[in-house]
Design a protein around this ligand. Sequence first.
Ligand SMILES: [Zn+2]
Length: 305
Amino acid sequence: MKRISVLGTLVLAGALTVAVAAQQPAPQPSVDNLTVEKVKDNLWVIRGGGGNTAVFATAKGVTVVDTKNPGWGQALLDKIKTITDKPITTVINTHTHYDHVSGNITMPSSVEIIAHENTARRMPLFSTVTGRGESENVFKANPGKGLAKRTFKDKLTIGTGADQINLYYFGPAHTGGDAFVEFPALHVLHAGDVFARKGVPLIDADNGGSGVQFASTIRKAIAGVKNVDTIINGHTPAQTTPAEMREFADFVTDFVAHVQAAKKAGKTAAEAIKTWTAPAKYKDYAAPDATQATAWAQVIMDETK
Ligand SMILES: [Zn+2]
């Protein structure tokens, strides 16, 4: 017993040393590091390896919303095979970030890839994310592969009846090309990273995002997409509700007002973040990383005349 425990400790210590040496504490791409959760009939969420992926099985085939981090495409394909035998026909990208698009290059060439026109334009170009810095772009290393060929401006409907999907653009927020993806027959909306999690939002001005317009974009989505009861978020560990998205819009409004008041008082973005605490009514809201949030507060200040 003791022998096994010592051996186990040594193996664990060795694994940790390797992980630290390679500076890769994050889980490695593997089908076992992805989890599946059924949302409704014919709709699942696959978590891990980047943003939350929606998998929607239709009569004609499978539609996948977002395709995870660089290196995770094959693991995602393998995980989808554990859900359905149907072929993947369509990929939708909610926005241009590497943790939502990189698996595109692993998809069969027959798959139609759809994104907002601004996201389709940025996908081959993006190189930085505001507050996060350098960003891996798999499309530069794989020219011509995995790019969105079908685009939309304000709204696009694909399929009919039980298989219908509506894509909407309501203005800049997290980026300048955020798509909301509605599954109307199921009353489900994938909000991508416009509502990634409960906390200070990432405002990626490098890719067209806007802090000042962020909350109104969320409210346009709430008003414009009716009969939703379940929201799939960019990164949360569980689905949220429209009421929680409404509360998030209020949170963003309060955060932006705080930063704008700080600017008016002659304070810097760093000072604005230092003096920010979420009002107590926002339960379960995470405190932001100060360095990143300072960059996002700076975006708000730059947008505020
Ligand atoms: Zn993102």
